[in-house]
Design a protein around this ligand. Structure first.
Ligand SMILES: O=C(O)c1ccccc1NCC(=O)[C@H](O)[C@H](O)COP(=O)(O)O
Length: 210
C-alpha cells in the first residue's frame, strides 16, 4: 500500500487530524533559510514530535548549513527521520554517517539521483531556486515512474499533490509513498482536516486497485 507523508504541520490539532486520517509519516519544518508559513522553531517542533504516536514516523524537514548541523538539529528535535533539501549526494553521505536517524534526501525531480545511495528514502520534489520544497508545483510523473523503477531506494513522490490529483499520480508513478503539504492547507501553515482525510484515502485506495 502506498505510504502517506503529511508535511508542514504546525498545530497540535492538525497533527491529531493527520494521524486520524491514517498518515504513515508526519513532517515538521524547522531551520530553513526561506520565508515560509510552515516553519516552527526547534522547541515547537520537538513538542509536536513528542506527541506523534508509535507507528507513525516523525520527520524533521530542514535545510542545514552542514551535515553536522543537521545531525545536531534532528537530535534536538527528537524526530525519527531527517529530510534535507538542497544537499549534494556527498553531504547526504556525511549526514548518514553522522546520525542514526533515517535520512530522506529531498531532490528536484530533474536532478541526477545516481549518487544518493546513502539515503533511506528519496523525496522526489519540485524545488525552488534555493532547493526548498512546499512549492505546490507538480513535475513529470512519467519521469518519476522511471526513477522509481531505476532506484532501489524507496521514493516518496512530492510536489503539488492534492486530494484531486493524488490517485492519478500514484497510478502513473507507482511510488513507495506520497508527500503533501500545501495541497492540503486551508491557509498557509494551517491544514484542512477534510483534505487530509481525502488525500490519504485516495492515495491508498488507488494503490489497492493498481
Ligand atoms: O514547506 C515548506 O515551506 C518547506 C520549506 C523548505 C523546505 C521544505 C519545505 N517543505 C517540504 C514539504 O512540505 C514536502 O516535503 C514537499 O516539498 C511537498 O510540498 P508541496 O508541493 O507543498 O505539497
Amino acid at each position: 500500500m502506498t505510504r502517506a507523508k503529511l508535511c508542514g504541520l504546525t498545530r497540535g490539532d492538525d497533527l491529531h487530524a493527520a494521524v486520524d486520517a491514517g498518515a504513515d509519516m508526519v513532517g515538521f519544518v524547522t531551520g530553513v533559510p526561506i520565508e515560509t508559513p510552515r516553519e516552527l522553531d526547534p522547541e515547537a517542533a520537538a513538542d509536536l514530535v513528542d506527541r506523534v504516536p508509535d507507528g507513525v514516523t516523525s520527520v524533521l524537514v530542514t535545510m542545514p548549513d552542514s551535515p553536522a548541523a543537521g545531525a545536531d538539529l534532528v537530535d534536538r528535535v527528537g524526530a525519527d527521520a531527517i529530510q534535507v533539501h538542497g544537499f549534494s549526494a556527498e553531504e547526504i553521505d556525511e549526514l548518514a554517517a553522522a546520525t542514526d536517524r533515517s535520512v530522506f534526501a529531498a531532490v528536484d525531480a530533474a536532478d541526477d539521483l545516481s549518487g544518493y545511495t546513502a539515503a533511506d528514502a528519496i523525496v522526489l520534489d519540485s524545488t525552488d531556486e534555493h532547493g526548498a520544497g512546499g512549492t505546490g508545483e507538480t513535475h513529470d510523473w512519467e519521469r518519476a515512474r522511471e526513477v522509481v523503477a531505476d532506484l532501489d531506494t524507496p521514493v516518496l513522490l512530492a510536489g503539488g499533490l492534492t486530494p484531486e490529483n493524488v490517485a492519478s499520480a500514484v497510478r502513473t508513478a507507482e511510488p513507495f509513498g506520497v508527500d503533501v503539504s500545501s495541497g492540503v492547507e486551508e491557509a498557509g501553515g494551517k491544514k484542512d482536516h477534510d483534505a487530509l482525510r481525502r488525500f490519504v484515502e485516495r492515495a491508498t485506495v488507488e494503490s489497492v486497485r493498481a
